[in-house]
Design a protein around this ligand. Structure first.
Ligand SMILES: [Zn+2]
Length: 699
């Protein structure tokens, strides 16, 4: 599961053809034909936009974020259990209510066929919700693991234990996975990358401002509390916490920053297992790989070689007792949500320091998320049956096709790209695969045993099953049916090595996608997401992958330089956005997402324009609620990005998240778009109109 967060470029602040086993089919250069014009439908008035949320006291040309949603922002503070609040959360609540009913029904059914998905989902959720049994069992379900770790006596035992814990879920010391080889996308490769930290990323260990010190204090308290709950005397618990912090700080110091991790070439380093064994003797390769069930690997892709130099030194020089303390912490930490109430409460208090949430989310919501995480496709099948229709899929595919045609036009008519680069770009666009709704082939859970006996045992069993499933991919053909998100997920992604865009059914719901809403609203909402994902293939990272998904430079040097120059204008714009005193958006960290927002919205606007032409020809385009279709398009984009967020969460987002805060995702692209200025009649000199000399123009 290693690369899911780093490699999939998600739509929100937070995923076909071709027979596997053969080389990818020769890339077609012709684009799929645009669908035939649909008959002009009659849309009910005003579906999709909330007129009451608009703050008409604000001039749309001065602050479109406040204009489009000011009334809503005032009337919808962040609830006590959340850290931020917006339309995704509202849809999330609706989805959670539906999923809860599915889970309650499954848990109440005691006679599901043994081994069926319904039995597994029902038993998993029932065990997760049984806090009486969990509290009564205490630490007992974790005891076998703690005893196993305590029995480690030497380096060989430690290595086997690291592999064992990796298979139970916690990414101790480093991250491990089997994933598509980015320089040969017809095969899988074993991939090792930096990891092993508790705090969200390496920067959190070194920042010394008051807020960061508060987070570090919460981290120390969290560790002491869990060690104490597991039986350590207070002084011992504190000493153990200090040991973990010392080891994690060593790993953090050798880790790359979030911005450095955005360079795919720098994070691809192929080594033979023999060479890796020489460079990192303390990792005891290839025995470690055999323990991880990938002993047949001949090569490794090491994301961050210097990190593994330091890990090698840590394993070689640190006392065995301290290394075991570190592993014990990560076992406790990963198990906390499945242990008695005081453990989960300690975990919440730590999260509180990061997010500012006032209250823990109710248990059913947390356990629903856990079910989604470990049994996502078994659970997701039950959801799809109720929440996603073939008609919705057809209309979503039609929109993606229209947006693809618009993107091809933008590439073809681009004024700064050479014909050679354009041809490669069009080839890549034509080869892009689209997945909508849910997988064509579901994961097979038959080898996984789930019972009502112990929630923690179920979690470990599921992680071991997933680790084995992933390890078994090595040497197999690429599975192009695989999904990196579950069907109810309210998100989407672009996956560069597979050159695919993926839209789970959970996102194709009102208000993001509403078959009853007019074109302008749907194109501004889910269309904006579709354009965003499609153009990720052409952002500063995505453009480094070719039509077959290989990390290979297909740009002429002059075109690459021109792209970089134009992208730098966008980075500069976002660097200047400052949501809190002394806190600025990081233009480099968020560059790919901002480019996708800007390019996506530009091409989707083009697609809407064609759609409106087809529907209305030269007849006047109807207004709804007093707004033209062009205005409703931008209102729809903005209303879906409105967001209230706690200051703690905002600081964390800016430090860790490649997505800009909602406010800037809303206005950032619009300030560069003449289409927006035309729609609202914004004059030169207004805040929502960048002066021509300062304007970004890419696609
Ligand atoms: Zn994205």
């Amino acid at each position: 599961m290693l690369h899911f967060s780093s490699r999939f470029w998600l739509a929100a602040a937070l995923l076909l053809a071709g027979c596997a086993g053969t080389k990818p089919a020769a890339v077609a250069t012709a684009l799929p034909a645009a669908p035939a014009p649909a008959p002009a439908p009659t849309f009910p008035k005003g579906v999709g936009l909330d007129m009451a949320d608009i703050d008409r006291a604000v001039n749309p040309c001065e602050d479109f974020f406040q204009f489009s949603g000011g009334n809503w922002l005032r009337g919808n503070p962040v609830p006590s259990y959340a850290s931020s609040w917006g339309p995704r959360n509202l849809l999330g609540n609706r989805t959670q209510d539906l999923l809860r009913k599915i889970l309650d029904d499954a848990a109440a059914t005691r006679n599901a066929a043994p081994g069926s998905n319904a039995q597994k989902v029902g038993d998993f959720y029932a065990a997760a919700m049984d806090t009486v049994a969990i509290d009564r069992a205490g630490l007992a379900p974790l005891q076998p693991e703690l005893a196993r770790l305590a029995a480690v006596r030497d380096a060989a035992g430690l290595r086997a234990e690291i592999a064992h814990i990796q298979q139970l879920g916690p990414g101790v010391f480093f991250r491990f996975g089997v994933d598509v080889d980015e320089k040969n996308t017809t095969q899988y490769a074993v991939q090792l990358s930096q990891g092993g930290l508790t705090l969200p990323n390496r920067d959190f260990y070194f920042k010394t401002d008051a807020r960061s010190e508060k987070v570090k204090a919460a981290y120390r308290t969290y560790m002491s509390q869990l060690f104490g709950l597991a039986g350590a005397a207070p002084a011992v618990a504190q000493r153990d916490a200090a040991t973990v912090e010392r080891l994690e700080t060593r790993l953090a110091k050798a880790s790359r920053t979030p911005v450095e991790l955005r360079d795919p070439q720098a994070n691809y380093n192929q080594l033979t297992v023999a060479a890796a064994r020489q460079r990192y003797p303390a990792l005891a390769l290839p025995a470690l790989l055999a323990d991880l069930e990938v002993g047949k690997a001949k090569n490794l892709i090491v994301g961050q070689p210097a990190f593994f130099d330091e890990l090698n030194a840590v394993l070689k020089t640190e006392p065995l007792a301290d290394l075991k303390t570190y592993l014990r912490w990560h076992l406790l930490r990963a198990s906390a949500p499945a242990l008695p109430t005081p453990y989960a409460e300690a975990a919440f208090r730590y999260n509180q320091a990061l997010t500012g949430a006032k209250q823990q989310a109710p248990r059913w919501k947390r356990m629903q998320a856990a079910t989604d995480q470990v049994l996502g496709e078994a659970f997701g099948q039950l959801y799809v049956d109720q929440a996603f229709s073939p008609e919705a899929k057809a209309r979503a595919l039609e929109m993606v096709a229209n947006i693809r045609v618009s993107m091809a036009e933008h590439i073809s008519t681009n004024t700064w790209m050479s014909p050679a680069t354009k041809a490669e770009a069009l080839k890549k666009l034509a080869a892009l695969r689209v997945k909508v709704g849910y997988p064509d082939v579901w994961k097979d859970y038959s080898a996984l045993t789930i019972t009502r006996e112990s929630y923690l045992k179920n979690i470990f069993a599921a992680h071991r099953w997933e680790s084995r499933r992933e390890a078994a991919k090595l040497g197999q053909p690429i599975d192009r049916n695989e999904w990196g998100m579950t069907p109810p997920t309210i998100n989407a992604y672009y996956n560069p090595p597979l050159n695919e865009i993926v839209f789970p059914a959970g996102y194709l719901q009102p208000p993001f996608f509403d078959p009853k809403a007019d074109d302008a609203v749907n194109y501004g909402a889910i269309g904006g997401v579709m354009g965003h994902e499609m153009t990720h293939g052409f952002d500063d990272q995505g453009r480094q992958y070719d039509a077959a998904g290989n990390l290979r430079d297909w740009w002429t040097p002059a075109d690459a330089a021109e792209f970089t120059k134009r992208a730098a204008v966008v980075a500069r714009h976002y660097d200047a956005f400052s949501p809190l005193d002394s806190v600025h958006v990081n233009g480099q960290l968020t560059l790919g997402e901002n480019l996708a927002d800007f390019a996506g919205l530009t091409i989707v606007h083009g697609a809407l324009e064609k759609q409106l032409q087809q529907r209305y020809g030269s007849n006047p385009r109807p207004r709804f609620d007093g707004f033209t279709p062009e205005q409703r398009f931008f209102l729809s984009w903005a209303q879906l990005r409105r967001q209230n967020i706690r200051p703690e969460a905002l600081r964390q987002q800016i430090a860790t998240d490649p997505h800009s805060p909602g406010q800037y995702r809303t206005i950032g692209p619009l300030m560069n778009m003449p289409d927006f200025q035309r729609a609202f009649g914004c004059p030169e000199g207004s805040k929502m109109t960048r002066p021509a000399a300062d304007r970004a123009v890419i696609w």
